[in-house]
Write a protein that binds this ligand. Structure first.
Ligand code: PRX
Length: 632
């Protein structure tokens, strides 16, 4: 396969080559075009990219009243039709490539025609189980083709899917099923992780004990065949309003309760189709491998809807990227002619630990574009990615977005650039981001502050928090949408993300709530109170550290165990410190900022306003003292 060079060095940064500019869908003039009239810009994209059953009312593409806003209201469409049915003119084109974790199992390639059959059969199964338009269906599945088929089946019949990350614990699943009021749960018996069987069914049974919910269980042995049988039930796609809900996806906020982020049909379809096209230059028939799990928004948008809306092929890999050898991910790219590889900095740091030993064995000529997502990518990792996987031919596109934005909102498109290590880039055409202070006042360029989106809001931005309209309001500061991240913007409009401004932490790119971990720990008998803060980690970006005040001596494993049970293994504290007292203000608020500073070996700042300043000294000394030797 011939390879092209899409990027070249330009001073300390990188820019697209003439070839990249020529072959890219988004050209330099796109920003000016979008800025002229952002609503008209999105209207044109909506008409060109998506098949509508009925158009929205002329002149009413965007409506806003206070914090409520709508895109293309009155317009009718079906998301599943756009992702599957409309590609049936090329029925043999590959839609999904499923790569099992076990090396002796063969990959399964599913064509659009087969996916169409699978989706219709899944839709029939949902209907048979009483699912109607507006009902919520919980999906607790690994990375198998059936997961995508059931998601698409939901949106086909107007049901709302709520996918729950398969590594979440039964308690976490139960909370989400109950909050969503799901009617049906779709799960599987097992899947493979590092060669071992993980039983999802057991966890699902535990989660649903005593709940009135129907279950559909997909046997691992029938992957690719469970829905792809001889019989075929055609189910007419439901006519959906652009503002009807497509899905909810739970994410972590600053309280202990996860929030169901609501996404609607029309805006999501338009933003997903175009972000995939403009940011990844996604062409019909090309292969993208987005390594994110389907339980996170990245999996929804760039492993499922983005590729399928564009008629591309999506790779689903069941297992761990470095199993059974650190070359596994390279083999998958190589064997499947992957042209777009999209992963998280934590995975890249893991790969980079092995230097260039493994990547040097592969040419990776099929690659065009590399993406990074989920957490800030440091310059060293960026350069390793560019050099060893991209072979200095492919741009590294750092993509910033959130469960709430639904699609990528800040990045440097491949034909435009510039690609600056550690900068996410400019706001996507038609979207405006600014930096504001805590009162919601816009700050000048180069000043650090809160990242905010300026109305008219992006088409796929969150429309509500499931069952909690009050919580939705906390997303807004004045007229702006508040992202929850700190950032600054340089004179060219390039934005650098500096990390969360709230108590959410990103562990290996996974979004977790410190409050949820604290709630879990505080539920243990004998615990008086707990504070969880993040600490930088060379591999995982950030890790949670727990400070616990207990009534009697406790073992660290007990604290780690309860977090594992209530949330899942990804949230396990990396270290637990048992303390005499937690630093508090007079009003009783735990000063997590002080704990964070102590962990980072930084000055904790003014502590005289605390009721117990001596606690800071005690904890400081405890952190400095060498860890006690392991018990025999
Ligand atoms: O803190 C930002 C970080 O991830 C948060 C959103 O997490 P989640 O909703 O799970 O969605 C992750 C995948 C889109 C953001 O508020 N984040 C995401 N992308 C980046 C990032 N931080 C820095 N650089 C990024 N490219």
């Amino acid at each position: 396969m011939k390879s092209y060079t899409y990027v070249e060095k330009s001073g300390k940064n990188f820019k697209p080559t003439a070839t990249a500019q020529e072959v890219s869908f988004a050209k330099k003039d796109i920003y000016a075009k979008a800025d002229k009239n952002r609503i008209a810009f999105w209207e044109d994209l909506a008409k060109e990219g998506i098949d509508w059953i009925e158009p929205w009312e002329n002149g009413k593409a965007y409506q806003q009243k206070g914090n409520s806003f709508a895109w293309f209201k009155g317009g009718k469409l079906n998301l599943c039709y756009n992702a599957v049915d409309r590609h049936l003119n090329k029925p043999e084109k590959s839609a999904i490539v499923f790569v099992p974790e076990l090396m002796h199992e063969k990959k399964i390639v599913i064509s659009y025609k087969e996916l169409f059959k699978m989706v219709n059969n899944a839709a029939a199964m949902l209907k048979y189980n009483g699912v109607k338009k507006g009902d919520v269906v919980s999906i607790y599945l690994p990375m198998i083709p059936e997961t995508l088929a059931f998601m698409l089946a939901c949106v086909r019949i107007g049901a709302i899917h709520g996918v729950v990350f398969s590594a979440f614990s039964p308690d976490a699943l139960r909370t989400r099923i109950k909050d969503a009021g799901a009617k049906v749960l779709i799960t599987s018996d097992i899947y493979y992780r590092r060669g071992k069987k993980e039983s999802l069914k057991k966890k699902a049974n535990k989660a649903t004990r005593g709940l009135r919910i129907k279950k559909i269980i997909i046997p691992r042995a029938k992957v690719g065949k469970f829905l792809n049988q001889d019989h075929f039930n055609y189910i007419q796609p439901e006519v959906m309003d652009a503002e009807d809900l497509a899905f909810i996806l739970y994410t972590s906020g600053t309280t202990g309760k996860p929030k169901g982020v609501m996404h609607t049909t029309g805006g999501y379809a338009v933003s997903t189709y175009w972000s995939a096209k403009y940011i990844f230059n996604m062409q019909e028939g090309e292969t993208i491998w987005c390594t994110a799990d389907i339980g996170w928004v990245t999996g929804h948008t760039y492993a499922c809807y983005g590729p399928l809306l564009n008629g591309a092929t999506t790779v689903l890999f069941e297992g761990m990227l470095d199993y059974p050898t650190p070359a596994r991910y390279l083999q998958i790219i190589n064997d499947n002619d992957v042209s777009i590889f999209y992963t998280a900095p934590t995975a890249l740091r893991l790969f980079a630990q092995h230097g260039n030993k493994y990547p040097n064995k592969y040419k990776l000529n099929s690659l065009k574009i590399l993406g990074s997502v989920g957490e800030p990518i440091d310059e060293k990792t960026w350069l390793w990615y560019y050099t060893n996987i991209g072979k200095k031919r492919c741009p590294v596109i750092d993509t910033y977005w959130q469960t709430e934005t639904g699609t990528i909102v800040i990045c440097s498109p491949p034909g435009i650039g510039p690609f600056i290590p550690s900068y996410a880039g400019k706001a996507f055409p038609g979207i405006d981001y600014e930096i504001a202070d805590e009162k919601g006042k816009k700050l000048p360029l180069e000043k650090k502050g809160l990242l905010v989106q300026v109305p008219p809001f992006s088409p796929s931005l969150i429309r509500g928090v499931w069952g909690d309209p009050k919580r939705y309001k906390t997303y807004f500061i004045g007229k702006y949408y508040l992202a929850g991240d700190n950032a600054f913007k340089d004179a060219q409009g390039n934005i650098r993300i500096l990390g969360r401004s709230d108590d959410v932490i990103k562990v290996a790119g996974h979004r977790l709530s410190t409050a949820e971990m604290e709630n879990a720990i505080e539920g243990l008998l004998g615990v008086v109170e707990a504070a969880v803060v993040s600490k930088s980690d060379a591999l995982r970006g950030k890790v949670p550290i727990a400070f616990v005040k207990s009534r009697w001596p406790m073992k660290e494993e007990k604290i780690v165990g309860i977090v594992n049970k209530k949330i899942g293994p990804i949230a396990k504290p990396a270290k637990v410190y048992f303390v005499k007292d937690l630093p508090k203000t007079r009003s009783g608020k735990i000063m997590r900022r002080v704990l964070k500073a102590l962990l980072a070996n930084e000055d904790p700042g003014n502590i005289m306003t605390l009721v117990n300043p001596e606690s800071v000294k005690d904890i400081g000394e405890m952190l400095k003292s060498p860890p006690s030797p392991p018990k025999k």
